[in-house]
Design a protein around this ligand. Structure first.
Ligand code: SAM
Length: 371
């Protein structure tokens, strides 16, 4: 999500803790501090299970919510690869963390342009929020989607998988460099201040950042997303076995860096990650170099490339012009032109987000948008 980058937690007033936050504080009092990953996992499940975070009235906006063009171009990307694969009679579209279901809806609708491709596809959604599942099922009822808790549960077969801002919602662990050792970052509750607070585990841990990281200095933070790496490995193995392609879209640096990248947004403003547990999203940068390292031995890796480059190569400008020609409504015309700028702009989502593609090694598939 890209919003006002003002990093000023004071802009949003302190909140009354919810029953969930009080429960979390109690859990810490009873069992001791949580790892950052445990804290994120609990907060994210509560957040997506209990509210509607997307869009203008929500906390942040994602690319599929900016314009239908985003999903339509990804749909065309899939149809092209399905054709390159020799038009398998049965294949799956899978989306990880579909939010409101908008991306899958735009993909499935545009696939109607290629009826034989549309007829071959079934829709599979990996979503762990029951509230969002209901919303997705209602929006996508014409496509009879099937739901799964985990990527591992997806059925076997040729797979076209998309994940927009899913990996950034998976919990990360952090280690802080102190006296030439790494200490895990923990979340505790400060009873005196009545606030959640950061702490370090007392004992150092024996870890070393992988190749590519610079030599650490004092107070460096090494962040690791085991969940994201496991998802990419599972998807890579599926593609290796059954063929198909995957497209991961997320934000994060090209090169490994020592940084605390966790962030929370409330009403489109950045807020302190510990401010309102369960009442705000908590995400972290995706380490694309770590994902490439996991995928490369198994599948053909494409990119990462910037979202703006990818969408321009796929013809977002032409699609916007076609949508503008199809309407006399100046409001819609303005909206689509603005969406092109938002989704591709170098100071906007176009540069912040990156696309990482995976195809089966030796399949000869040439996914559009990467060169
Ligand atoms: C930031 S939203 C992205 C929504 C959507 N892809 C979009 O672009 O609008 C993250 C989504 O991932 C889901 N999610 C988060 N953690 C998950 C997990 N561990 N397993 C399955 N779904 C998860 C959330 O419920 C939500 O649908």
């Amino acid at each position: 999500m890209l919003e006002d980058e003002e990093d000023d937690p004071d802009r949003v007033p302190k909140v009354e803790f919810s029953a969930f936050a009080k429960g979390l504080a109690e859990r810490i009092r009873k069992n001791g501090a949580l790892t950052l990953a445990e804290y994120m996992q609990a907060c994210i499940a509560e957040y997506y299970g209990s509210r509607e975070p997307f869009g203008k009235e929500g906390d942040f906006i994602t690319s599929p919510e900016v314009s239908q063009m985003f999903g339509e171009l990804i749909g065309a990307w899939i149809a092209d690869l399905w054709t390159q694969m020799g038009k398998p009679a049965k294949a799956m579209i899978a989306e990880l963390g579909p939010g409101k279901g908008t991306l899958s809806s735009d993909i499935m609708r545009i696939l109607g342009t290629w009826p034989d491709c549309r007829a071959a596809m079934s829709l599979h959604l990996v979503e762990n929020s029951l509230a969002l599942r209901e919303e997705q099922a209602a929006l996508l009822k014409d496509y009879a989607p099937k739901f799964y808790d985990r990527v591992e549960d997806l059925p076997e077969g040729p797979l076209f998988l998309v994940a927009n801002e899913f990996l950034d919602a998976l919990p990360v662990r952090q280690y802080v460099r102190k006296n030439k050792k790494w200490y895990e970052k923990m979340v505790t509750f400060d009873d005196k201040a009545g606030e959640f607070a950061w702490a370090l585990r007392e004992q150092p841990v024996d870890i070393s950042p992988p190749k590519g990281y610079p030599k650490p200095i004092e107070r460096d933070i090494f962040e690791i997303n085991d969940g994201a790496r496991a998802v990419v490995e599972t998807v890579s193995r599926r593609i290796d076995k059954h063929g198909g392609a995957a497209l991961f879209i997320d934000y994060g640096p090209d090169k490994p860096t020592y940084d605390d990248s966790t962030q929370s947004y409330k009403r489109h403003k950045r807020v302190d990650v510990l401010r309102n547990p369960g009442g705000q999203d908590v995400t972290a940068n995706v380490d694309f170099s770590a994902l490439v390292a996991v995928a490369e031995p198994i599948v053909q890796v494409h990119g990462p490339v910037m979202q703006g480059e990818f969408l321009l190569r796929l013809g977002i400008v032409e699609r916007a012009e076609a949508l503008c020609l199809a309407t006399k409504d100046p409001h819609i015309r303005g909206k689509e032109r603005l969406a092109v700028r938002r989704l591709t702009g170098l100071t906007d989502m176009g540069a912040k987000f990156k696309m990482l593609g995976l195809t089966k090694k030796g399949s000869g598939l040439n996914p559009a948008g990467f060169n």
